[in-house]
Design a protein around this ligand. Structure first.
Ligand SMILES: [Zn+2]
Length: 217
């Protein structure tokens, strides 16, 4: 019998103030109907495909890449390996030296979570000058069979540039990236079961998710 001891929410609150990638559609969540008027409460939810905590499909950066509805659902669930990279400065790269000690834990089916701590700056200008992952780090992880990467920052690549080398490499192996996550410090138990399923938006480049880490027995 499957038992959940704890569920940690890794998602940012989704509001009209949720930080969005520069240039993305502005979220507009508002009341559509009210019990007093129509007999039931309902909201309009106008958001981009990658607003709030979200996953990227390979199609986001690869014209022939899989769309989010075509991705293997097994990519969105797995045992997490949290790699602490706290204490990085603005736009500082996460390099091989930072992750070396964790490479032995990586096997196909596992999910890597880069814990930068940067989500504490959500809502500030500094949020967009987050640390980013260097391409050779991702290559070493892909070599070990990792296909799913989570980060508690708005982008796994540097924001403000025109190149997305980490997105390109992950898309090339039909992998998945989850971004704009938070609360990784609350994963205080071993072998967290990580789960962040996308909506089945046909043809989409990505989807908002409710990302969680579960302590299960
Ligand atoms: Zn992305």
């Amino acid at each position: 019998m499957f038992k959940t001891r704890k569920i940690v929410d890794l998602s940012l609150p989704l509001t009209n103030e949720t930080p969005i990638y520069p240039g993305d559609p502005e979220p507009n969540i508002s009341v559509a109907t009210m019990i007093e008027n129509e007999g039931y409460n309902l909201h309009y939810v106008h958001i981009g495909s990658q607003t709030g905590s979200h996953v990227d499909a390979p199609y986001h950066f690869c014209p022939n890449g899989q769309r989010i509805d075509e991705s293997d659902l097994s990519l969105f669930i797995g045992t997490g390996v949290v790699i602490p990279v706290l204490g990085k400065g603005e736009q500082e790269p996460i390099v091989m030296r930072d992750v070396e000690a964790y490479l032995d834990q990586l096997q196909p089916g596992k999910i890597v979570l880069f814990h930068t701590g940067w989500s504490q700056y959500a809502g500030e200008e500094k949020y967009f000058r987050h640390p980013f992952v260097q391409a050779d780090v991702i290559e070493a992880m892909i070599e070990r069979g990792i296909r799913t990467f989570f980060i508690d920052a708005i982008n796994i690549d540097i924001t403000g540039g025109t190149a997305f080398p980490v997105h390109d490499r992950i898309a090339a192996v039909n992998g998945i990236i989850a971004e704009n996550l938070t609360n990784f410090q609350a994963i205080d138990f071993p072998d967290p079961l990580i789960c962040a399923f996308p909506l089945r938006i046909v043809g989409s480049d990505g989807s908002p998710v409710r990302a969680v880490a579960m302590d299960v027995e």
